[in-house]
Design a protein around this ligand. Sequence first.
Ligand SMILES: [Zn+2]
Length: 187
Amino acid sequence: MEAGPALGSWLRCYRCWSTNLEVQVHYEGIHRIDSATGERAEVVDELQEAVVQCLDCMHDQPHLGFLEGRVQPIEDRWERMVAGTPWVASCEVTVEADQVESCSGPDAADHLSFAAFGDHGTREFFTHVRFHKHDEDRIVVFLLVELYARSQQEAMDTLETAAQGSLMVSSLAEESRPPAATGHDPH
Ligand SMILES: [Zn+2]
């Protein structure tokens, strides 16, 4: 094991701190066939997607990735999420209209969240799009966002870094952390 943060500090649910986790791995691969053994040999192409989920509160764990056969912490994200508390922001993000794939239909909220906050908007933050409006070549997306951070300043910095357009935050309030999971936690 390489030097790095201790497993116990990050290998847990960021919401309830449970260590009762599972990973769903979807793998697609194209391999050459070894003509001597019939085994699959060198990779021609491969695609792997993995989602870690907590079995106690059922939330996805966007601070954990799955690489080289093991779950690993995502730098720049895990400390803030595991040690942080939830913050709820009411905000608007103004983006170019062509950044939004589609603003109607069943996936509109996802497209608007992605346009507003990129990968953070769809994978990390809990986003609720209240409405959007068109302003010439721009779209203004009004959202409620829940994210984890260790301070108000960090919450603000995280929102600003993630925003894909100009951001205006009208309120930002700290919520209480969900209760820690009890039972199997050895600590
Ligand atoms: Zn949990």
